[in-house]
Design a protein around this ligand. Structure first.
Ligand SMILES: O=P(O)(O)OC[C@H]1O[C@H](O[C@H]2O[C@H](CO)[C@@H](O)[C@H](O)[C@H]2O)[C@H](O)[C@@H](O)[C@@H]1O
Length: 209
């Protein structure tokens, strides 16, 4: 990795606002009445365009193998199999485009992406799990509209080496090692991004309990 600055960013502080460099002029920002964080409002047309672009390029590298290790075979068609029941509670984002768009309207949006099997195809040699140029461009594009982070089981240095987008935040070792965006040199702004991420992540964790 050539960018040493990108490796050495600090971790965490508490919420304030989404940095202006992640809000292009086509997107408006307002204070949300229920939160201290700014909210990015994006038109439905733009939201469809951005999400569609990312999901479209993600489909080929996404794992579509049925998890036979964890679930029995489907059984008679009139029965709800464990696999189908699991899918009902954990639907694939790739098959839920309309729901994503509908539920994203007027909300604060932050994007957390996995690396292996999501941005890169699963391959036998972990050193060769490269992401495509198209995928890199799609992720870079989406990060212009939403704060975007990659959370991986790999070391964050390794993930950054594969992705090489300073616009993103990276959480390696399953979230134990965090690197803020180095696209903006302002420390306070990069801290703001993670404040925003963690306020959303905490909400998500609370809701799933
Ligand atoms: O959290 P992730 O970003 O999904 O990382 C999970 C593990 O990914 C890597 O292993 C997986 O991908 C390899 C390359 O396609 C594949 O060879 C291996 O079978 C998969 O398990 C990585 O090597 C692990 O360190 C990560 O924990």
């Amino acid at each position: 990795m050539s960018d040493h600055a990108a490796k050495s960013q600090p971790v965490l502080s508490m919420p304030s606002s989404v940095p202006s460099n992640l809000m292009p002029s086509s997107v408006t920002s307002k204070r949300h009445p229920c939160s201290s964080a700014s909210v990015t409002y994006i038109s439905r047309r733009k939201l469809v365009e951005v999400v569609d672009g990312l999901l479209g390029v993600m489909t080929p590298s996404s794992t579509h193998i049925k998890p036979s290790v964890h679930f029995d075979s489907d059984g008679p068609s009139d029965e709800v199999s464990p696999y189908k029941a699991w899918l009902a509670t954990c639907p694939s984002a790739l098959a839920s485009f309309d729901r994503i768009i509908a539920s994203a309207q007027g909300k604060k949006i932050a994007l957390f992406l996995d690396y292996d099997g999501t941005l890169s195809p699963i391959v036998n040699d972990p050193e060769k799990a490269f992401m495509s140029t198209e995928m890199r461009a799609a992720v870079k594009n989406v990060s212009k509209f939403f704060p975007t982070a990659i959370v991986s089981g790999r070391s964050r240095d390794k993930v950054f080496e594969f992705v090489q987008l300073k616009e993103l935040c990276y959480a390696g070792s399953h979230g134990m090692d965090i690197m803020l965006s180095s696209a903006d040199s302002s420390k306070s702004k990069t801290e703001d991004v993670f404040d925003y991420y963690f306020s959303i992540l905490c909400c998500t964790l609370c809701r799933t309990k």
